[in-house]
Design a binder for this molecule. Structure first.
Ligand SMILES: C[S@@+](CC[C@H](N)C(=O)[O-])C[C@H]1O[C@@H](n2cnc3c(N)ncnc32)[C@H](O)[C@@H]1O
Length: 530
């Protein structure tokens, strides 16, 4: 299907751009593409050469990779599905090879992330409001727009294949509309479209919203978040842009149990922010025996840093101390992970607890997630941990003043991990913030009740929003006089390899995708006075 053109896809600001991949093309004929090892179609040229055929004479077959992307978008829109769960299942179902799987991933994630920008473009090319289009047609248009505006796909291939897909799965009538609309889309580059759409727009929030494909409320929320955590508001563009890049995959070797050697021998590179971490080279991690055994796990570096920071707090006990004190530090301590599912931080904490002769109770109310916690802890010797399936709000009264270290990683909006969940920015609403606030406060209260005098609670969210970070912590501190904040920025520095993350502000700490290349993880360390 692909015909040659010349290559070129400039880096620009806007929705996810396909990076510069290797130019080794796949030379299969028929419906197969000339995709490189990253699944990107090669030889995208600035010129727009269309086949002369009318839509009815063009391909009627759906290219399997595009079909997978279409099915992912449909499941997200009509079944409230999560793209990261649907995509692997659809890839398996259609038997895509590595290149086509890469292409389908980039196409589905990119079309979902960039939806706001593409809808603004499409609105200029369609003769009716977008919400009056058949939702399946709109998804096909979004897929076409992403190929035309942000991927290295030749325009004729993007058009032919998207129209072919529409003919095969939606019908002949809609494919004519899709053909006409995508031709209009292809008349300009993304930068030219943004210029056309935004040159007369004076509202900076609207500009950022369309340019970086984020809802306006999130643009405003991120500005507030930057300010709340002591960062210049001028970083907003970098922050929004970081959300549109495909996230790196980090690995953690469970301390005392796992090793990164195998991952490093297979192309991973050593992590620069925290010990025991590596940057995956991609591909199927299941080929690594250490990953299959569960002693090496996929985990964002931000999560690794906050878990290690909690474990490293010097509680002033004879036995407790920093990791450098070796296995005696923390001996005999009880640790609690109050909101543990699916168990990423619990696995790291469990391994650290085992190393030090401490024990971990991991709590999770959702039975299927509690099962995931057990699986995550599977590589850690069983005498070091237990899983409780129940409401974390009850632990504070049931097991008052029982734990030396408590992690309370509360359910949150996930605004700090938008790059991982391509659809979530369009699903979340400001109401989620207000709905989650009471639960976050009750869980923190339970954690503070459950910790022993002299112990420490780590309040963690994967969101930088002040409503679910600093406001929750200051409310808790206002209500009691037996609490004090420890310096979370210094605690993160102490467990980082660089020693200076510059994440701290007014005793709490905030990591950022555009600064630290981690999820936007928030940490407050609250010490209960002895
Ligand atoms: C942000 S996630 C925790 C992530 C986890 N710490 C990890 O690193 O894998 C929040 C968890 O809190 C759980 N949760 C929801 N309501 C809860 C409650 N009332 N008590 C305890 N946990 C709750 C959710 O099911 C979810 O698994």
């Amino acid at each position: 299907m692909s015909e040659s053109g010349t290559s070129g896809s400039g880096r620009g600001r806007g929705p996810q751009r396909a990076g510069q991949g290797s130019q080794r093309g796949d030379q299969r004929g028929g419906g197969a593409s000339r995709r490189n090892a990253q699944g990107r179609e090669r030889n995208r040229g600035p010129q727009r050469n269309y086949t002369e055929n009318a839509p009815s004479q063009r391909t009627r077959r759906a290219d399997p990779a595009r079909l997978v992307a279409f099915e992912v978008l449909r499941a997200v829109a009509s079944e409230d599905a999560y793209a990261n769960l649907v995509l692997p299942a659809r890839i398996r179902h259609h038997g895509l090879d590595k290149r086509d799987a890469g292409f389908a991933t980039e196409l589905s994630y990119g079309a979902l992330r960039g939806q706001g920008t593409y809808d603004a473009v499409l609105a200029r090319c369609v003769d009716r409001p977008l919400d009056r289009l058949d939702p399946a047609v709109l998804d096909a248009l979004r897929i076409g727009a992403h190929q035309l505006l942000a991927m290295r796909v030749p325009a004729h291939a993007a058009l032919d294949q998207t129209v072919g897909l529409a003919r095969a799965v939606i019908g002949a009538g809609p494919s004519t509309l899709i053909n006409a609309v995508l031709r209009k889309v292809s008349a300009h580059t993304l930068e030219d479209w943004l210029e056309l759409l935004l040159s007369n727009e004076t509202d900076a929030t609207k500009v950022a919203s369309v340019r970086y494909a984020h809802p306006e409320w999130i643009v405003r929320a991120f500005r507030q978040s930057l300010v709340a955590h002591g960062r210049p508001v001028t970083e907003i563009d970098d922050l929004l842009e970081a959300d549109n890049a495909a996230p790196v995959v980090n690995l953690v070797a469970l301390p005392g149990l796992g090793s990164l050697d195998e991952a490093l021998e297979n192309g991973a590179s050593a992590g620069e922010l925290v010990e025991g971490s590596a940057l995956s080279s991609g591909g199927d991690l299941g080929r690594l025996s250490s990953v299959r055994e569960g002693t090496t796990r996929v985990q964002d570096v931000g999560s690794q840093l906050v878990a290690r920071a909690l474990a490293a707090v010097d509680l002033g006990n004879e036995n407790a101390g920093t990791e450098n004190l070796g296995t005696a530090a923390g001996k005999g301590e009880s640790w609690l992970d109050l909101c543990a599912g699916p168990g990423g931080k619990a696995a790291l904490l469990g391994a650290l607890a085992h190393q030090r002769g401490a024990t971990l109770l991991a709590n999770e109310p959702a039975p299927h997630r509690a099962k995931l916690v057990r699986q995550a802890l599977g590589a850690v010797p069983k005498d070091a941990w237990q899983v409780r399936t129940g409401d974390g709000r009850e632990v504070g009264t049931e097991q008052a003043e029982s734990f030396d270290r408590v992690l309370v990683d509360v359910p949150c909006t996930g605004l700090g991990a938008l790059r991982r969940r391509p659809e979530s920015r369009w699903r979340r609403t400001p109401k989620d913030l207000t709905d989650l606030g009471p639960l976050q406060r009750e869980l923190l209260k339970s954690a503070l009740d459950a910790v022993k005098p002299g112990g420490v609670v780590a309040y963690v969210t994967c969101s930088p929003h002040p409503a679910e970070t600093t406001a929750v912590v200051s409310d808790a501190l206002r209500k009691r006089d037996d609490l004090e904040l420890l310096d979370a920025g210094s605690a993160l520095d102490a467990v980082s390899l660089t020693g200076h993350l510059h994440a701290g502000h007014e005793m709490t700490a905030q990591l950022w995708p555009h600064i630290h290349r981690t999820d936007a993880m928030f940490l407050a360390l609250i010490h209960k006075k002895p």
